[in-house]
Design a protein around this ligand. Structure first.
Ligand code: SF4
Length: 408
């Protein structure tokens, strides 16, 4: 369930029903001001709401004050082991400081950090990692890693509450996707504070994105999670931000920029759709509006499931057509499809988001579509539609209708 409490990290609300915030972490040496600021600007441009920087040394905390001043988005200082660095990060104006109470050096040191955060009104992130659980939970970790992780997090939350501090969010990180899902589900039922979600050391751009999409997507779909970070083994932190946005957009939790939909292609494809889709994706990066653009590999289905798209193309060997909201706009040569699609999109914006339709060109496109459509072809789309109709029929007559996929 969504967190009850809300905190505010440098103007970005986290939890309590606020939009899920996207964050990432810089991969530069924090003290290298030029490199760090360059990366912060790139992640902000890619859509990061928050950015975290590692602060393992004195020179990093020295740079932090300038970073906070120059950053276009709130800055979170990431501290391990050294409570004096946490105190200095608070003094440097960090909008949030991440600590792991289990490795900060004991109760008194954790209390000192909390006390100063309280005085400054700065939120903390209380982080627990599966790799660094307190010693008394090691045995439990062996028997039941999920319960061990959640117990550690709850103990830290209780510590904060004993210190009369509630201005914090909590994260539990595990490299295991099932454990990430199970532990966050459990913790969300036990505490009212905002949750930061992430799969730690998720992997490369390919495998890490998938692991994160499965783990975080499952939780977010259940309404669990208030801010997310995708951890990828890449130096380009903006890639993490892009993946985070794709997850949020797929779940329709937030909107940012265009949505591209494309058919999976099959043996009916007659043009180089791979390059066309890649080119469209690249050119759409220049647009901020959440328009939906669809690419169909053939016209056999008509426009079918792409009927709702703001703009789309369907192609064949020599010619293709551009459509908008289920209506044909124009027939064009296959090699001009991408340029003409973007010309239509630009005309739409120039006309104040109005689709301009030339009736003669539209009629020609409709005729082309009718000639290429084949209502008898068993396409992947039509087979999927038939299967889903059959499944609905099954449910109507089944005594266990609707129960097959419900969770126990
Ligand atoms: S039949 Fe469907 S999947 Fe195959 S190319 Fe046409 S639109 Fe794409």
């Amino acid at each position: 369930m969504a967190s009850e409490r809300q905190i505010n990290v440098g103007g970005v609300p986290i939890g309590g029903g606020a939009p899920v915030a996207v964050q990432t972490m810089t991969k530069t040496e924090t003290a290298d001001l030029a490199a760090t600021m360059g990366q912060i600007r790139r992640v902000a441009e890619a859509g990061a709401d928050l950015v975290r920087v590692a602060v393992p040394r004195e020179k990093d905390v020295d740079a932090l004050r300038e970073i906070v001043r120059e950053s276009p988005i709130p800055v979170i200082a990431d501290i391990h082991f050294n409570y004096t660095l946490a105190l200095k990060a608070l003094e440097a104006g960090a909008h949030c400081v991440r600590i792991n109470p289990g490795n900060i050096g004991g109760f008194d040191k954790a209390a000192a950090v909390v006390e100063r955060a309280k005085e400054l009104g700065t939120p903390l992130r209380i982080g627990v990692n599966s790799g660094s659980l307190p010693a008394h939970l090691r045995e439990l970790e062996f028997e039941n890693p999920v319960e061990a992780l959640v117990t550690a997090a709850v103990e830290f939350v209780e510590l904060m509450e004993r210190l009369d501090f509630t201005n914090f969010k909590v994260s539990m990180k595990s490299t295991s996707v099932p454990n990430t899902i199970a532990s966050n589900r459990l913790l969300s039922e036990r505490i009212p504070y905002p949750l930061h979600l992430g799969v730690t050391e998720a992997g490369t751009k390919w495998s890490g994105s998938l692991k994160s999409a499965v783990g975080l997507g499952t939780l977010l779909a259940d309404g669990i999670g208030d801010t997310i970070r995708i951890s990828l083994s890449t130096f380009h932190a903006e890639e993490e931000v892009k993946v985070a946005w794709e997850i949020l957009k797929a779940l329709k939790l937030r909107e940012r920029g265009p949505v591209l939909i494309a058919c999976p292609t099959c043996g009916r494809l007659q043009f180089d759709m791979d390059s066309v889709v890649a080119e469209i994706e690249r050119r759409l990066e220049a647009y901020e509006d959440p328009i939906e653009v669809s690419v169909l590999g053939c016209a056999v289905n008509g426009i079918g499931e792409a009927r709702h798209a703001d703009f789309g193309i369907t192609g064949a060997k020599d010619a293709g057509a551009i459509y908008s909201k289920g209506k044909m706009l124009r027939k064009v040569r296959t090699e001009d499809l991408v340029d003409e699609l973007f010309a239509e999109i630009d005309r739409y914006y120039a006309a104040g988001k109005k689709v301009l339709r030339d009736e003669r060109a539209a009629a020609e496109a409709e005729q082309w579509l009718a000639e290429n459509e084949d209502a008898t072809a068993m396409t992947p789309e039509r087979m999927a539609a038939l299967e889903s109709a059959a499944a609905r029929l099954d449910e109507d007559v089944s005594p266990v209708a609707g129960r097959r996929f419900t969770r126990a």
